[in-house]
Design a protein around this ligand. Structure first.
Ligand SMILES: Cc1cc2nc3c(=O)[nH]c(=O)nc-3n(C[C@H](O)[C@H](O)[C@H](O)COP(=O)(O)OP(=O)(O)OC[C@H]3O[C@@H](n4cnc5c(N)ncnc54)[C@H](O)[C@@H]3O)c2cc1C
Length: 457
């Protein structure tokens, strides 16, 4: 339990209802989507940067670990308060401070929900690129800390490609500003990029200057099905090597097709092996021409069926099939390991075929789907019982998958991050010297290791 004197300090700093210290209040702030739960020592809510600074300064002087938290939708335990941490929730810092379309930027506080920002931008025909599937609930702060993105990352990138500058409080309580408000700038080191994806271990984000873009007014959605993985992989490669950048390019494998067909009543034809869901965006004057061009590329590939959505209800139907996968997997039972692996697109075919071999070798059902245009595949290992999930067999299987990813020059996480869950695997990807350099950098930002200690690096 946090000492009474510490609580007393926080009570002097914050309004009474901005401090939770009773277990019943704190409980919900002890977990995220990793399902790990650790009871917080206490939960604090800050509503401005001065409060964040005062809290961190106090914790620095008193060696109190802090876990920063957006909305707790992360998948790897990043916002779970391990190591007797207090939780600092940024959810009340939820103001869109400025939208400046002439300079294509928006300035926001970290607790703004992604969807809230997108809704404000949509009214003036603009958008912010990153679109994680959790955008209805997750915060910009969490998106930045995890470099989170969704299907349109293939064309519009992740937070790393869509941020001009940041403001954050480091582990001593000092306030720092990084980046510029212009599309060019090369003064000093690029601390913005170091901070993005750092999973709350370098500082607590208090403000972000985001790069925003005008919205296109037209989207075309196409579903392509295949007899085998070779044809599907080749089609993905061919789509990526022609000049019309896909807006979204999703892949669905054989096991996913079976699963969708059970829920969506034979959405796919019998014997369909795999499918690709493709979207392009553009101005309505040109979209027809773009569609023609892209269909020519698709038709040059071996395929089973091409479906072009003609209206919003058909678009929704195609997406409903793809979107039914995550809930369907959840309903199959809780015994699942969900990885978000990335491989270079040119190696997708080898990767997917090797996964079939690994699945047979360990007798574990593996369901694969995801953002094929980025080579980012959600690899889901399914088990019948908790014992099977925790078994040696399952560990060896996962180990072999990770070794394969590294051999193919991919990365162990495209969007979920390392957090607590994947910490044991980071050394597979990052060599000893480089990892030490990262840990030394953390010491500069957070000399007493109070910010999200023992996570990520
Ligand atoms: C149904 C579902 C779908 C999802 N889909 C996607 C997807 O498509 N793509 C994707 O990338 N992810 C996805 N995720 C994962 C998750 O939503 C993202 O990682 C999201 O960005 C987390 O945001 P959050 O506000 O919930 O952050 P939290 O989970 O609260 O925190 C995440 C991390 O950010 C840190 N953090 C939070 N706020 C700050 C701050 N102000 N300063 C410093 N560090 C901070 C935390 O300490 C933690 O390490 C999904 C999750 C769910 C449950």
């Amino acid at each position: 339990m946090l000492k009474k004197k510490h609580i007393k300090f926080f009570e002097r700093l914050l309004p009474k209802d901005y401090i939770y210290s009773e277990p019943g209040d704190c409980w919900a702030y002890g977990y995220d989507n990793s399902k790990i739960h650790v009871m917080p020592e206490c939960v604090l809510f800050a509503e401005n940067k001065t409060q964040v600074q005062e809290i961190v300064k106090y914790c620095y002087l008193n060696n109190i670990p802090i876990t920063s938290r957006g909305r707790g939708t992360g998948n790897t335990g990043g916002s779970v308060p391990i190591d007797n941490s207090i939780v600092l929730s940024l959810e009340k810092m939820n103001e869109v401070i400025e939208i400046d379309i002439e300079n294509r930027l928006a300035i926001v506080q970290p607790g703004v929900i992604n969807k809230t920002l997108q809704d404000s931008l949509k009214k003036i025909n603009f958008f912010w690129g990153p679109d994680p599937s959790s955008l209805d609930y997750s915060t910009i702060g969490g998106n930045i800390a995890n470099n989170s993105a969704g299907p349109r990352a293939i064309k519009y990138g992740t937070p790393r490609d869509n941020i001009l500058g940041l403001e954050f409080v480091s582990g001593t309580g000092d306030l720092h500003k990084t980046g510029v408000k212009t599309s060019k700038g090369v003064v000093g080191l690029d601390l913005t990029r170091i901070f993005i994806g750092s999973e709350g271990v370098l500082g607590i984000l208090t403000e972000a200057t985001l790069k925003i873009l005008p919205l296109n007014d037209s989207i075309k959605t196409i579903e392509i099905t295949f007899d085998n993985i070779d044809d599907a992989s080749q089609c993905i490669i061919n789509l990526m090597t022609q000049p019309i950048a896909p807006y979204k390019l999703e892949f669905i494998d054989k096991e996913s097709i079976k699963l969708i067909n059970t829920i969506k009543k034979n959405h796919y034809d019998k014997n369909t092996n795999s499918a690709v869901l493709l979207e392009i965006d553009g101005q309505s004057e040109y979209i027809g021409f773009m569609l023609e061009k892209i269909l020519k590329v698709i038709k040059e590939n071996n395929h089973k069926r091409i479906t072009i959505a003609e209206d919003t209800s058909e678009i929704d139907k195609l997406w409903a099939a793809r979107k039914s996968l995550s809930p369907a997997l959840r309903e199959l039972g809780g015994y699942k390991i969900n990885e978000d692996i990335v491989v270079p697109i040119s190696k997708l075919k080898e990767f997917l075929k090797s996964l079939e071999r690994i699945s047979k070798k360990y007798n574990i059902k593996i369901v694969n789907f995801g953002h094929a245009g980025n080579g980012n595949i959600h690899v889901n290992l399914l088990f019948e019982t908790e014992e099977e999930k925790k078994s040696e067999n399952s560990k060896k299987c996962l180990d072999e998958i990770f070794n394969l990813v590294i051999k193919l020059e991919g990365t162990l996480s495209g969007e979920h991050g390392i957090g607590v869950i994947k910490k044991q695997y980071i050394k597979k990807e990052i060599d000893k010297n480089t990892l030490k350099l990262m840990q030394d950098i953390k010491k500069q930002f957070d000399p007493k290791n109070i910010l999200n200690p023992n996570k990520s690096i």
